[in-house]
Design a protein around this ligand. Structure first.
Ligand code: AMP
Length: 314
């Protein structure tokens, strides 16, 4: 099943307690498209880069068979840049700078070959651009969207319009609280569901993810990693794995939505093992399946009700 991915292509500078990367190839669309490419094809990318975007970034996506017709190159402009510093607790990061550069004047033009994409994944970019993409697609089957504090604080009205057209929203815990103005995540999920998306997925970093639908609250564990090198892109890899799995199976049942959260978590766990997109460079479908099975073991337990004689007296 076809998946259209729109988002940022970036040069990221990140500092973690274990090292730093300067101008690493990244961006929300880079991570989403790469993660999704392990499950289904075609993956169609939409975005913009400047003349300074390294050819290795394009070659990386070509190797994953991502369709690049929808990527505009503005030779005279600079690629979007983002920099962040992670704390010792790597769930916490400070954004040091966001330079929109070619994004400031970006006007997404969806190639005609992309217009009938069944699955659309709106990576974290300006909600006005997300909406403009949706306006150019003929009746997408499912729209999955991501956003972040930057847009919730800066473009709330536009974001509210986009939310009405999103079926599955993926946000992290602090974004869910900010968007709903509600500290409790279950209640926040309910409030966000009234804004449009019928399915809300809340990422909680190393504490896993919550799937919230009308009928279900499903809590997925996070993979207990011994070595996290760079958490950048974990959220986008999660979204890419999730949309890739859903598009591959074309099944929105509650059970399959739960599976998609685990496939998303699995891709996120590979992503954080190395700096930038390297952790997603050379995976095999089997490796992904094995990790999904490990996830299953993580929270499986046997129930045991002691018989009367076994019970200890108080
Ligand atoms: P994640 O760690 O999954 O939240 O995503 C990190 C990626 O998002 C980095 O590669 C950044 O380049 C990109 N990013 C950060 N801020 C923005 C923004 N305001 N708009 C678009 N992309 C962004």
């Amino acid at each position: 099943m076809s998946v259209l991915v729109v988002g940022s292509f970036a040069l990221d500078t990140v500092e973690t307690p274990f090292g730093r990367a300067d101008n690493a190839i990244g961006g929300s669309a880079m991570y989403i498209a790469t993660a999704a490419s392990y499950f289904t094809l075609p993956i169609r990318a939409v975005g913009v880069v400047g003349g300074d975007f390294p050819p290795e970034g394009i070659a990386f996506l070509e190797k994953k068979n991502v369709d690049l017709e929808g990527i505009q190159t503005i030779d005279a402009g600079k690629t979007f840049r983002w920099s962040a510093r992670y704390h010792y607790d790597m769930n916490v990061r400070d954004t040091l700078s966001t330079e929109l550069n070619v994004f400031e004047t970006f006007n997404p033009e969806i190639p005609s070959s992309y217009r009938r994409s069944r699955w659309v994944c709106l990576g974290n970019i300006d909600p006005v651009l997300q909406l403009s993409v949706l306006d150019q697609i003929e009746k997408p089957h499912v729209v999955i969207g991501d956003t972040m504090n930057y847009w919730i604080e800066g473009k709330k009205d536009d974001l509210m319009k986009t939310l009405r057209r999103i079926d599955i929203l993926i946000v992290n815990d602090s974004e869910a609280r900010l968007l709903a103005n509600e500290p409790n995540l279950i209640k926040a999920g309910r409030i966000i569901r009234e804004m449009g998306p019928k399915i809300v997925i809340v990422k909680k970093g190393e504490h896993g993810a919550l799937l919230l639908t009308e009928e279900t609250v499903f809590s997925a564990p996070a993979y207990p990693m011994e070595s996290i090198i760079d958490p950048t892109g974990a959220g986008d890899s999660f979204a890419g794995g999730l949309v890739g799995w859903l598009a591959r199976t074309d099944d929105l049942s509650e059970e399959n939505l739960k599976r998609s959260v685990i496939y998303g978590s699995s891709l996120a766990s590979f992503c954080v093992e190395q700096f930038g997109v390297e952790g997603l460079a050379d995976l095999s479908y089997l490796q992904i399946r094995d990790r999904v099975r490990e996830f299953k073991e993580l929270s499986r337990f046997e129930e045991h009700e002691p018989s009367y004689g076994e019970q200890t007296s108080p």
